[in-house]
Design a protein around this ligand. Structure first.
Ligand code: SAM
Length: 292
């Protein structure tokens, strides 16, 4: 009985009243299922102490529900033409601030400083604009500030890649990098019918717990990232060939690489897709010793 923004009739009325044509170029697919929004809020396990950053509030359906449980919501919306209606629809809540701009351009360190967020529990909750899912995710995982948890809706296909385990087709460099920086889990899958306009594909809500890291240390992150990129570079090639292209094919490098494989007791035909993250880390460390 709550006639809120997420109520399908109210959503329809808002879209019609403001003559909103969803912009494909901005990844605008608005949620129209209150149950899905409630589930996202539940997935975020918010408390009254939590600060929430939302990326792309759209017409504010999710924003409104977040504001009911969190201490404060900062919502970053790029589309200038949605700002007035967001301000209007969310006016009843004194703990929401709408910030117009491109989230990818936001200086998070400066923002934390300005809003005095350091030391507080900060979560990011968003139904992402799908065209920039990876850059947003990498920005958040590499942020120079402490984020507690991310709860992000994205294309199901991307969610499967992020959560993939060794031996699975979807396992690749993105799975490895993301899983070294968080504990990642698919919370729910969401039918494409839950959005207006409907996207072509289904979606999934993925949680990233940034406090849960693997129990081994990555000593040199930039080197690790280079090795990961290199070993998954050509999927049809085996590990040996991808690594040879990486270090440079010559007899000396070949011999050096051979010693690494012997030490690890790996065959040439091993494939990167079979290696656990810990094994990849060991490989990176061995390579660093031999190719300084
Ligand atoms: N949260 C709303 C919902 O669930 O119905 C809208 C989600 S819609 C998938 C993505 C939103 O992100 C749109 O409102 C779009 O305008 C906004 N957006 C697109 N690119 C953005 C960017 N670079 N920074 C901030 N917001 C962006």
């Amino acid at each position: 009985g709550k006639f809120e923004i997420a109520d399908p009739l109210r959503t329809q009325a808002i879209l019609a009243e403001h003559q909103i044509q969803a912009k494909k170029s901005l990844g605008q697919n608005f949620l129209k299922e209150p149950a899905v929004i409630d589930q996202i809020v539940a997935d975020a396990q918010l408390t009254a102490n939590d600060i929430v950053l939302e990326i792309g509030p759209g017409i504010g359906s999710l924003t409104e529900q977040l504001a009911k449980v969190a201490k404060q919501v900062y919502a970053f919306e790029l589309d200038q033409s949605l700002i007035a209606l967001l301000e209007e629809n969310l006016a009843p809540y004194d703990n929401i601030q709408i910030i117009q701009g491109d989230f990818l351009e936001v200086d998070l360190a400066a923002f934390f400083e300005q809003k005095q967020l350091t030391g507080q529990s900060v979560k990011v909750v968003a139904n992402l604009p799908y065209y920039i899912t990876t850059p947003i995710l990498l920005k958040l995982l590499n942020a120079p500030v402490a984020l507690d948890k991310l709860i992000l809706m994205m294309q199901k296909e991307v969610a499967l890649r992020l959560t993939a385990q060794p031996g699975h087709r979807e396992y690749g460099s993105l799975s490895v990098v993301v899983q070294t920086k968080s504990q990642v889990k698919i919370e729910q899958t969401v039918s494409h019918a839950s959005f207006v306009p409907q996207p072509q594909v289904d979606s999934a809500v993925v949680s990233f717990d940034l406090a849960q890291l693997p129990d081994f240390a990555i000593t040199d992150r930039s080197w690790f990232d280079q090795v990961v990129k290199a070993i998954f570079k050509q999927k049809r090639k085996n590990l040996w060939n991808n690594l040879l292209s990486f270090v440079g094919k010559n007899p000396e490098n070949k011999a050096k690489l051979e010693t690494v494989f012997q030490k690890l007791r790996w065959q040439h035909q091993v494939r990167a897709e079979q290696l656990s993250i810990e094994q990849i880390n060991t490989l990176a460390q061995q390579l660093a010793l031999i190719f300084p």
